[in-house]
Design a protein around this ligand. Sequence first.
Ligand code: ASP
Length: 196
Amino acid sequence: MEKTSHVMLVGEGARQFAIAQQLETVETIAAHPHQSARGKRRLASPRDPAGNHDTIALLVLHANGDIAGGCSTSGLGKKLPGRVGDSPIIGGGLYVDNEVGAAGATGLGENIMRYCGSFMVVEYMRQGMSPEEACRETVRRITRGERSGTALNINFVALDKYGRYGAAGSGKEFPFSVTTQTSSRVIRATASEKRG
Ligand code: ASP
């Protein structure tokens, strides 16, 4: 987005662009245990259990009030070649609105991107919800849209312009880290806990 006017490049075109930019080439299959030769024989099930992924969504509030966010993932283990998950999709795995706040997601990308999950969290904050309420409402909304009894495996974390933060997920617990100038700690968002 700094070197071209485009927002996203994928596949062979992205590879060629990376080479032209002289980025380093690395062997990703060897680097990711989820994609071992054995594992690759079996295709991903959309209901694969948690632990099959490792996304990091990072939301930052600068002292001057600006909000920034980033999202990094290896994607879903044993995915089909060519699969695009939620993490690189603006509004799916990450969304930042400097007037309102930011949200990021981890879990089963198919269940996040079909609902523009992170965008939804930010829009709920715009309507006045706290970050935690917004995450919870998004999980509820996606839950309503899916067949009951299926494992959703979705988690959201959010931060607003006032520095309030929160998270919620479809499981019993979703740990997330909060770092300020003076401390760093892991908080476990649970189904019943309120914060923000
Ligand atoms: N959300 C990612 C994906 O579906 C996986 C993850 O959260 O680790 O690609």
